[in-house]
Ligand binder design. Structure first.
Ligand SMILES: *Cc1c(COP(=O)(O)O)cnc(C)c1O
Length: 428
């Protein structure tokens, strides 16, 4: 048995941690089998507790865009740690990373740091409600904005409907303020505005979706949302927790030239430490406490270690924007190789890709929203996942996740991955 030690560790973990994990998708529920425990990582590789080396396509679900244990980031954290790890008082480094982030992202004047993407999105919604004096929000089926109550809502059977909670513990009172539409369906959004005049505070969206595989906004879709928000006095919130500082320095706003009112960040902005952030123009941010009445706080927010990691990461990306081109080229190369291998095997598939995000769906039709993503064949995905794992390739253990490339991946790694896909695809 290859995963002897991982299995033992999982047994021990399950006794003291629900499901043995601190975040559900790590548990391999949707692909079967036991999760692999990681011991350490360097560059593009993970080393598990059984001594196997894996090529990593998850990058900690996005943050490790320059590879694991990237030296400038590690050095920054180590140096900071020696000077104290938390004060609960303002520090200069918070202003430094704020200035840098604001200079990289279009259209934001002020930014507030928190500890996770969940917190960022939760706070962004509160701010949008406080700013507009309205209560309802629109989200899109299949978009993930963290696990706060307002977002754990899925569509009912009707295409446009009031949401019902999809987790016990979320109250129907909360659910009724979250309205749902299908990704890429502007008509549904129009209908929601028409049915709820003067009530919608904001639309929140992953401007390129990464939590139902990678799904791109259709031509004009984001622009259409921008116009509907303007016509109806609602705010447009881009959840760039996944895409921010990954698809471009300025995220999707820069890439697709659409300006949101509030932008949320996480993942890359923390360089692998727990950081989230939300940002907007001054007029909106001034509603936040202590400047304004909308309350939001955090004992460890702006933590020096987290800020040091984030500042080192953003500095690298800011000074070396060629990283984004390099990542795009590598992802395109991988796309072509995988496409050829899967085509030769005769398996039915669709690949979506943008920048360093790519996903393979075992679906016949174009994957443009949650429904078309869900139409993919999960049994084929399971075989694909476990087949690749046996070949030393680690992709996300879920058919609904994008792959995230990191720039430590070499073309040899990509060739090895393509060869593994070719081998595994013959078994599908
Ligand atoms: C990961 C993610 C979140 C949640 O971030 P956490 O740090 O896991 O709380 C929110 N939105 C998007 C788009 C994400 O990908």
């Amino acid at each position: 048995m290859i995963y002897k030690r991982s299995s033992e560790l999982f047994v021990a973990a399950q006794k003291v941690i629900p499901g043995g994990v601190n975040s559900p998708v790590r548990a391999f529920k949707s692909v079967g089998g036991d999760p692999i425990f990681v011991k350490e990582a360097k560059g593009a590789y993970l080393y598990d507790e059984d001594g196997r080396k894996l090529i990593d396509y998850i990058a900690s679900w996005g943050p490790m865009i320059l590879g694991h244990a990237h030296k400038p980031v590690v050095d920054a954290v180590v140096q900071k740690a020696q000077k104290g790890t938390s004060f609960g008082m303002p520090t200069e480094i918070e202003t430094k990373i704020a200035e840098l982030a604001i200079s990289m992202v279009p259209g934001i004047d002020k930014i507030r740091f928190v500890n996770s993407g969940t917190e960022a999105c939760m706070s962004a919604i509160r701010l949008a409600r406080g700013f507009s004096g309205r209560e309802k929000i629109i989200k899109f089926a299949g978009c993930y904005h963290g696990h706060s109550d307002s977002f754990l809502i899925q569509a009912g059977s009707g295409a446009v409907t009031f949401g019902s909670p999809n987790s016990p513990g979320v109250t129907t009172g909360t659910a009724k303020d979250t309205l749902l539409a299908d990704y890429n369906n502007i008509d549904q959004v129009k209908a929601l505005f028409a049915a709820n005049p003067g009530e919608i505070a904001a639309i929140i969206i992953e401007p390129v979706a990464g939590n139902m595989g990678c799904i791109l906004p259709a031509e004009g879709f984001l622009q259409g949302l921008r116009e509907l928000c303007d016509e109806n006095g609602a705010l447009l919130i881009f959840d760039e927790v996944m895409t921010g500082f990954r698809l471009a320095k300025g995220g999707v706003q820069e890439l697709m030239d659409v300006q949101a009112d509030i932008v949320t960040f996480g993942k890359v902005i923390g360089g692998g430490l727990p950081v989230g952030a939300f940002a907007a123009r001054a007029e909106i941010m001034s509603h936040l406490a202590p400047e304004g009445p909308v309350y939001q706080a955090g004992t460890l927010s702006g933590n020096p270690l987290a800020m040091a990691a984030g500042l080192a990461m953003l500095t690298e990306l800011n000074e070396n924007p060629a990283v984004f081109t390099s990542l795009k080229d590598k992802t395109e190369y991988l796309h072509k190789g995988i496409e050829q291998a899967l085509t030769e095997s005769g398996v039915i598939f669709t690949i979506n890709r943008l920048g360093s995000m790519i996903s393979v769906h075992f679906a016949k039709d174009a994957v443009v929203d949650f429904k078309t993503a869900a139409a993919g064949d999960n049994d084929t995905f399971k075989k694909f996942f476990h087949g690749l794992l046996a070949e030393g390739i680690y992709i996300a253990p879920s058919a609904y996740e994008s792959w995230f490339l990191n720039d430590a991946l070499s073309y040899q790694d990509l060739d090895d991955t393509i060869a593994a896909v070719a081998k595994v695809s013959k078994t599908l």
